[in-house]
Structure formats: structure tokens, C-alpha cells
Design a binder for this molecule. Structure first.
Ligand code: PMV
Length: 359
């Protein structure tokens, strides 16, 4: 009783920094039944240098709320366009997160890369927000969780599917696959046994177009529902998972490179052959891909590209060959980028809980 009255006057606070991620095998399409369940398994690397930092303050209120109440700021400014997704997320966790019924939330988020640089930030943002919500509910209920990170992965997918993979230093696997027993559709799990050689790989995000995407990923996923190629795509993704898991374990570079590039092209091919047939690549996206292929053919250096649902190109490469590769990027690829913009990140990296003493 006394404990409850203390809770009612004390605000709760939690803060996390979470990495973004880039998928090697893409999640594109949802299962028809269920909430945010993927049509196929996917796997990604976290991008430890491209992060979102989110702080949530939960203020006790006098009345019992009938729906989530929150204020949201991105980089210290209100950001109304993000509110519907956050509201949908909070509504989806409403039944199990009792603090939402008695607390109003003040959510502050910031990215360490400029917003509007064309880098998807929702995976990092929802990973950090989910970790905060799990932490706040634990603080509120006083009941610790056996696996808080798993729970955060589970709920983060209700905000943005790919966010559930932004939880581990190891590659994050989301969706059922016969190779990893504990892998499932509800949350992501870390892949164990990756070959040491991949630890020196990095990602350079080449900014071809810094503007907001013309088709959101929510709309993109929906387009799979009436896409005549959807079933073939899901079969192909399954095959890609088999190949990539094996290539990551054995450091089989030809298979790794071929599978990663095939997945990027399949993602965009599915957009083109969808009922609304849209294209998110730009002419310079293709020009960069051609340059990468030519450079790799000439040098045999360990590098490949992948794409997110947008025009920007991710260049994955082994940093043990960094000098030669950076030289190529600066001379041949940056002239094809918008304002020569790019962001470099190490791969791997866990979310970090931040101290809330000063916040
Ligand atoms: O998490 P969402 O709903 O924004 O979907 C992300 C889909 C891709 O980024 C294109 C692929 C992936 O697996 O991350």
C-alpha cells in the first residue's frame, strides 16, 4: 500500500541508446494472420555507430487513462508525423503494460545521424523505445523479467518489425528457420557461431537521396498481399537464409556476397512487380551498383552492396582492406552521392542502458 502511494508521486524514467540495423536477408511482407509477424525469416547486422537515443519519463496521473497518453519530441522538437506509429505501438502493448493506464509519457528521441539523411531510423528508435518501456514496466511493477531483452525485441516489432533485430551484437535473426531452433516470428534471437573474419566488416551508407521515401515500408509490406510473385519470393528468402547462415559460419565470401546482393535486388524487384509498381532506386543507385561490380571484378576485394527500402546504397566491406576501398569510395562513389554525403559504421553492437540521473 505504502509502496503504491510512493509510486503515484514519483515519476519513472528510463533511457536507452540503440543501434540501427541493415538486413542481409530482407523482411518484406507480413503473415496475414497476427500482428506484425514476418512472411519470411530475416537476418541483419546492427550498425553500432548509427544510433537512436530515447528517454521516456512516465508521470503518474490522477485519473485512470482509457488510451495511451504521450508527448513526443525528436531532437527537442515536437514531431507530429511520428505520433501515429508511436500511438499504434503503445496501443498494441496496452494490455500488458499496466503503467500506461496510470502514467503519461514524455518520449524524447534523437539520432546521432541527421534526420532526413535518408537513413531509416525507425529500427533504432523502436528498439530504444521498447527497451525503455520494458524497463519502466519493471520499475513500476517491481517484478523483474527473466529475459528483458527478449521481451523488448518482442514488443519493438509491434512498432517496426525490423526493430526487433536491433538488440544484439551478433547478427539478429527474426522468423522461423530450421537452422536455429529458438528462432521464431515473435521476437529476434542472436545468431551464434559467426566466423571471426566478419568482425572486421563495416558498412558505409552512401546517401543518394536524403528525402523522405515516397512509399512507406508499411505500404510496401502491404503490396505483398496481392503480389503474384509473393510465394516465390518467400521461398527464395528461405533459400537465402540457408545460404547466408552457412556463409557467415564458414566465411564463404562468394556465397555471402552473392546472397546479400541478390536479396537487395529481390527487395526492389518485388516493389517493381507489386500491384502499385513503384521504384525507390534512383539512377545513381544503379550507377553505384555498377561501379561496385566493376571495382570488385578488377580488384577481387571483399565488398558488396545492399539496399534498404530506399535509394541509398549500403557498402559492406572488410575493413582489413580499408585504405583501397575508401580510396575507391572517395574517388568513384561519392561524386554520385547527394552532397557527397555518407555515413560509416562498424557492424555489431548492443543497445546500451543510459544513466538517468542527470535527465
Ligand atoms: O521494419 P519495417 O516495417 O520498416 O520494414 C523494414 C523492411 C526492410 O528494411 C526493407 C528490410 C529489413 O528486413 O529490414
Amino acid at each position: 500500500m505504502e509502496r503504491n502511494s510512493i509510486k503515484r508521486v514519483t515519476k519513472l524514467i528510463s533511457s536507452y541508446k540503440s543501434p540501427s540495423n541493415i538486413a542481409l536477408v530482407k523482411y518484406w511482407g507480413k503473415k496475414n494472420k497476427g500482428t506484425q509477424l514476418p512472411a519470411n525469416a530475416s537476418i541483419s547486422f546492427t550498425l553500432s555507430d548509427l544510433c537512436a537515443t530515447t528517454t521516456v519519463e512516465a508521470m503518474p496521473c490522477d485519473e485512470v487513462l482509457t488510451e495511451p497518453s504521450f508527448m513526443f519530441q525528436l531532437n527537442d522538437l515536437p514531431k507530429a508525423s511520428f505520433e501515429p506509429k508511436i500511438k499504434a505501438f503503445l496501443k498494441r502493448i496496452w494490455d500488458n503494460y499496466s503503467l500506461l493506464k496510470t502514467h503519461r509519457l514524455f518520449i524524447r528521441s534523437s539520432n546521432n545521424f541527421p534526420h532526413g539523411a535518408g537513413i531509416a531510423s525507425s529500427a533504432a528508435g523502436f528498439s530504444a523505445l521498447a527497451l525503455c518501456m520494458v524497463d519502466l514496466q519493471v520499475q513500476f511493477s517491481g517484478t523483474p523479467l527473466i529475459d528483458a531483452r527478449r521481451e523488448a525485441s518482442r514488443i519493438s516489432r509491434l512498432g517496426s518489425g525490423s526493430a526487433c533485430r536491433s538488440m544484439f551484437a551478433e547478427p539478429g535473426v527474426w522468423g522461423e528457420t530450421k537452422h536455429i531452433e529458438e528462432a521464431c516470428d515473435e521476437y529476434a534471437v542472436p545468431m551464434t557461431g559467426m566466423h571471426e573474419s566478419f568482425k572486421s566488416w563495416k558498412d558505409i551508407v552512401l546517401i543518394v537521396d536524403a528525402s523522405e521515401k515516397s512509399v512507406s515500408s508499411t505500404e510496401g509490406h502491404q503490396q505483398l498481399d496481392n503480389n503474384i510473385y509473393a510465394e516465390s519470393r518467400y521461398l527464395s528468402a528461405k533459400k537465402s537464409m540457408d545460404l547466408i547462415l552457412d556463409a557467415l559460419k564458414k566465411h564463404n565470401l562468394p556465397t555471402f556476397i552473392h546472397t546479400v546482393e541478390s536479396e537487395a535486388l529481390q527487395l526492389h524487384a518485388m516493389m517493381m512487380v507489386s500491384p502499385m509498381h513503384f521504384i525507390l532506386m534512383e539512377p545513381n543507385t544503379l550507377a553505384i551498383i555498377q561501379k561496385i561490380w566493376t571495382f570488385r571484378k578488377e580488384t577481387h576485394l571483399p565488398l558488396c552492396f545492399t539496399l534498404d527500402a530506399g535509394a541509398n546504397v549500403h557498402l559492406l566491406y572488410d575493413s582489413r582492406e580499408e585504405d583501397k576501398i575508401i580510396n575507391f569510395v572517395e574517388n568513384e562513389l561519392l561524386p554520385l552521392c547527394s552532397q557527397k554525403q555518407y555515413f560509416c559504421s562498424n557492424l555489431g553492437g548492443n543497445p546500451i542502458k543510459l544513466s538517468t540521473i542527470e535527465k
